[in-house]
Design a protein around this ligand. Structure first.
Ligand code: DC
Length: 225
């Protein structure tokens, strides 16, 4: 029997990270934040002064990522970077390098390695379409650009980072366009994915819905897209 995976894909700040980690905790599954891998590669590149269009150098960096996930902490070569990788500049750089096929290919093995018993919840852009196409449950989580920008604003302010709503909304729309429009692994709902718009939902409601879909797969077929 293959190890079950729940894929939760969606645009930036759609709430998928929080929903995915809570679903994982509820089921006792491992959790993969695949965006963090692109962010870690971007942070390494920015720190090493590597040009964000130098595909071979970026792919080599991605392949050699020395990363450990320990609860809330993310360690890059032993250094805590969970806050550093959340900065907007790093997110933007991540979105740019994520469009490069060699970078994406370099991160595939690392992502597959997270599939461990009893199961995995994987969050990202191409979890259901490319990385885990055989996942028994695929979810596409979305929300309006305005709802997502205000969530991101709150996250940044809570972490003590400066934030500007107009700039955030603009950035988010540009990032959406890049993630959706790229040739390799573009952001889109996987075939058979359940689409969930969380604009007017609480986190708890979204988590409950995903758990329901997982526990009662037969009941929800009519709602799938
Ligand atoms: O989910 P996030 O905002 O942390 O992701 C940062 C960037 O990484 C995002 O703009 C697109 C990219 N990404 C991707 O291309 N594929 C994934 N599976 C996850 C993230």
């Amino acid at each position: 029997m293959s190890i079950p995976v729940i894929t939760i894909d969606g645009p930036t700040a759609s709430g998928k990270g929080t929903v995915a980690s809570r679903v994982a905790a509820a089921l006792g599954f491992a959790f993969l934040d695949s965006g963090a891998l692109y962010r870690l590669t971007a942070l390494s590149a920015l720190e090493a002064g590597i040009d964000l269009s130098d595909e071979p150098a970026l792919a080599a960096l991605a392949k050699a990522l020395e990363v450990r996930f320990e609860g809330e902490c993310i360690l890059l070569r032993g250094r805590e970077v969970q806050d550093a990788i959340r900065q907007e500049a790093v997110g933007n750089a991540a979105s740019k390098i994520a469009a490069l096929p060699a970078v994406r290919a370099a991160l595939v093995g690392l992502q597959h390695g997270f599939r461990q018993p009893p199961g995995l919840v994987a969050d990202g852009r191409d979890m259901g379409t490319v990385i885990f196409p055989d996942a028994p449950l695929k979810v596409f989580l979305t929300a309006s650009a305005e709802a997502r920008a205000s969530r991101r604003y709150k996250q940044l302010i809570d972490k003590g980072f400066p934030a500007n709503m107009t700039a955030l909304l603009q950035d988010l729309k540009e990032r959406d366009a890049r993630d959706t429009g790229r040739a390799t692994a573009p952001l889109k709902p996987a075939e058979g994915a359940h689409v969930l718009d969380t604009s007017d939902m609480t986190i708890e409601q979204a988590v409950t819905q995903v758990l329901d879909w997982y526990r009662r797969p037969g009941d929800s077929l009519a709602q799938g897209n």
